[in-house]
Design a protein around this ligand. Structure first.
Ligand code: GLU
Length: 412
């Protein structure tokens, strides 16, 4: 199964559970709009290079499409379609007034200078400007994009529109309408969900050992948030280097080294492991926080954790899901676990539109409420409907909300 087929498969499981047929099922499965662009960027050597970009709006039935922009060499249309589809269900799981969208540029940001990255970011926004707006489709950061890039994009869009229109994009720097708490929101949202699940399972989170695959925004902040709560992080990795230390990793030091050198390889303590070996580390909670399909049929049987909390988008394949269920591992799905990011993006958009800004404490309190409410709803639905796993329960709740809106608008 390709990643896109997997996303569709997960929705089909919910469609079967809810017994949707015909056009109702199709409306959930097929993206409303897909845009592919080719745009020029002036490179530092003076030459022009053409880049491919995408923006997919899976649905806008309950409000503007919403979702990040990914800069990665593997970006292609089907991946963006899959991620846009996941965003629709993610927003619906929390009950946000958004449909799902996603964008991306096929590029390797690690090979671009800062100037090239800025011109690429601005070029991409010029290429998709007609497709987005605070009412139509609101981008945000994703893999290898960050507040600085969102700032350039918000500026380019505002220049094109001849007025400041910062609500067109979220995850911006604080000085131009970013929200307090947005940087760590994905991790904090994940923490609230993990805490709620541990309570249900009778696991003491404070005594749990945690491994985290991926040390970007989601992974490194998750490590920081959990470590601050007194949780022991026994393994971490970035895209190349893994570190395992049963005595607990010094997350502040790891972040400092990663920040200064761009790699975890200089971390002086513990044992170096491969990124594959990280998945097999003895621990209670495994947090995949990197890319899709890293837990698959070849390695799922090696996972020793009791809980897998998906902070990345789509990190577990359906075959791996089956193996984890058979081995008694409880998985909390991406569309709930990592929904904190888009939830605080929603708060950012709301604050931009009212021109009044909340404190970090206010944002965190609002986030906590929504994450717990979503988790409780899914937990209850799973029990009432005797669902095999949390994933199908989450997809079903989301699909029901989207279909209700489609019916109310006369689309199905
Ligand atoms: N890229 C993040 C996600 O996959 C955030 C999206 C957003 O804030 O719109 O959920």
């Amino acid at each position: 199964m390709s990643f896109y087929e997997t996303a569709l498969y997960q929705i089909k499981r919910a469609i079967d559970l809810l017994d949707y047929q015909g056009e109702t099922a199709r409306a959930l499965l097929e993206p409303k709009r897909s845009l592919e662009v080719t745009f020029p960027v002036r490179m530092d050597d003076g030459n022009i290079k053409l880049f491919k970009g995408y923006r997919v709006q899976h649905t806008d039935v309950v409000g503007p499409s919403k979702g990040g922009i990914r800069f990665h060499p593997k970006v292609e249309l089907d991946e963006v379609k899959a991620l846009a589809t996941l965003m629709s269900v993610k927003c619906a799981v929390i009950g946000l007034p958004y449909g799902g969208g996603k964008g991306g540029v096929t590029c390797n940001p690690k090979e671009l200078s800062e100037g090239e990255l800025e011109r690429l970011s601005r070029g991409y926004i010029r290429a998709i400007a007609q497709f987005i707006s605070p009412e139509k489709d609101v981008p945000a950061p994703d893999v290898y994009t960050n507040p600085k890039i969102m700032g350039w994009m918000a500026d380019e869009y505002s220049a094109l529109k001849q007025c400041n229109d910062f609500a067109v994009i979220t995850g911006k720097p604080l000085s131009i309408g970013g929200s307090a708490g947005r940087g760590s929101a994905t991790a904090r949202g994940g923490y609230f969900v993990i805490k709620a699940l541990c309570e249900k399972m009778g696991i003491s989170l404070k005594d749990a050992k945690v491994s985290i695959h991926g040390f970007g925004n989601a992974g490194s902040n998750a490590a920081k948030v959990l470590a601050a709560e007194g949780v022991k992080i026994v393994a971490i990795c970035d895209s190349k280097t893994g570190i395992c230390d049963p005595a607990g990793i010094d997350i502040e030091l790891a972040q400092k080294i990663k920040g200064e050198t761009g790699s975890l390889s200089g971390y002086p303590k513990g044992e170096k492991i491969s990124t594959d070996e990280l998945l097999e580390v003895e621990c209670d909670i495994l947090i995949p926080a990197s890319l899709e399909e890293i837990i698959n049929k070849d390695n799922a049987h090696l996972v020793k954790a009791k809980i897998v909390a998906e902070l990345a988008n789509g990190p577990t394949t359906p075959e791996a899901d089956e193996i984890l269920i058979k081995n008694g591992v409880t998985l909390i799905p991406d569309i709930l676990t990592n929904a904190g990011g888009v939830t605080v993006s929603y708060f950012e958009w709301v604050q931009n539109r009212m021109g009044y800004y909340w404190t970090a404490e206010e944002v965190d309190e609002k986030l906590e409420k929504l994450m717990y409410k979503a988790f409780e709803g899914i937990h209850q639905f799973k029990n009432e409907n005797k669902c095999k796993d949390y994933r199908v329960a989450a997809f079903a709740i989301a699909s029901k909300r989207l279909v209700q809106a489609m019916k109310d608008r006369g689309w199905v």
